[in-house]
Design a protein around this ligand. Structure first.
Ligand code: SF4
Length: 326
């Protein structure tokens, strides 16, 4: 088994609740966007993070690349805790950990030609020779499937799929080892989605990249991931290798997610009451986060948060149905 490239331990991110008054004890109630989140990404693997929108997946990705500061917990990359670094200390690591966003177009300058967007990234990261910058930019554009025709166009002249290819090129051009892909195909047509996913898979194998692939779409996650973490209200409720998770889903939330996939080969279990909204989780919350929607809820589910236990090799679940310690 490959060793870990990234280790996340007990990560938490809180936000103040708007309009919230101070309590009797002077403590403001906080919303837990991410809570007690722990997982690893191994060298060369694709780890899929799946869950409904608002469950904390993107906040997790943004904390890994330093766009948000964790409230507590650690994000260890090759032995360095990224959450403790200031901007200056983080800068050299930005080269190694990059992000591809859902809406790449909004992150690009509309007045810059495509090749010069990549050249500027290289300049910021210390490539001083202009010819070298041009060669590297062209090479990476070819790798992601953009042709010479596109090099001197502006971002708004590209199609949705080509813009996402440019987003991948912008992340790749400085040769990272880990890429966080935050819903990179969710705004695209299904046929274009497949092309972009195949490009990502080819690049990952060629360059031995590690990917954290974030999506609400269980079908997309299944296609691209080696292992999957299922996230609900800021924390993981189940984790397993992809084939194992689809053959043997354990958590009621995972089983509920699978009912939404139109695939006869996915083992499904109809969960009748899985239609409500996700509640807001606060720091005063006790018990299982899924208990307001779970058809199997028991008295003991509200007493304490279920442990995240390894039930079989590399298959973990947080649910009192499997957590037999009283
Ligand atoms: Fe449902 Fe209880 Fe398991 Fe939570 S701990 S998922 S409420 S059975």
């Amino acid at each position: 088994m490959e060793s870990n490239l990234l280790e996340i331990r007990n990560l938490q991110k809180t936000f103040p609740i708007r309009g919230q008054k101070f309590s009797l004890f002077g403590q403001r109630e906080q919303m837990l966007a991410v809570d007690n989140l722990s997982f690893n990404i191994r060298k060369g693997e694709t780890y899929g993070l799946v869950g409904e929108s608002g469950c904390g997946k993107s906040t997790t990705g943004r904390m890994i690349v330093g766009l948000e500061k964790p409230s507590c917990g650690s994000i260890t990359y090759e032995g360095k805790d990224l959450s403790k670094l200031n901007d200056k200390e983080f800068f050299p690591l930005r080269k190694e950990v990059q992000m591809v966003f859902q809406n790449t177009l909004s992150a690009l300058s509309p007045r810059q030609r495509i090749v010069s967007i990549l050249e500027d990234i290289l300049k910021v990261h210390g490539v001083s020779d202009a010819t070298e910058r041009r060669d590297q930019a062209v090479k990476v554009l070819e790798k992601v499937g953009l042709s010479e025709y596109h090099y001197f166009r502006y971002p708004h002249e590209l199609s949705g799929g080509q813009v996402q290819r440019l987003g991948i090129a912008s992340a790749l051009v400085i040769e990272p080892r880990l890429i966080i892909c935050d819903e990179p195909v969710s705004a695209l047509d299904v046929s274009i989605q497949a092309q972009i996913l195949n490009t990502l898979l080819e690049l990952q194998q060629d360059l031995r990249l590690s990917l954290l692939f974030i999506s609400h779409d269980i079908g997309v996650i299944r296609y691209i991931s080696d292992r999957i973490g299922v996230m609900y209200l800021g924390t993981l409720v189940e984790e397993a290798e992809t084939d194992e998770l689809f053959k043997n889903p354990l958590h009621p939330y995972t089983k509920g997610l699978f009912t939404s996939v139109p695939d006869p080969y996915i083992r499904k279990e109809k969960i009748s009451d899985f239609s409500g909204e996700q509640p807001i989780r606060t720091n005063n919350f006790k018990g299982c986060a899924f208990c307001t929607r779970c058809p199997y809820v028991m008295d003991k589910c509200t007493e304490r948060t279920p442990e995240f236990l390894e039930i079989s090799h590399d298959h973990k679940v947080a649910c009192r149905l499997y957590d037999i310690v009283e």
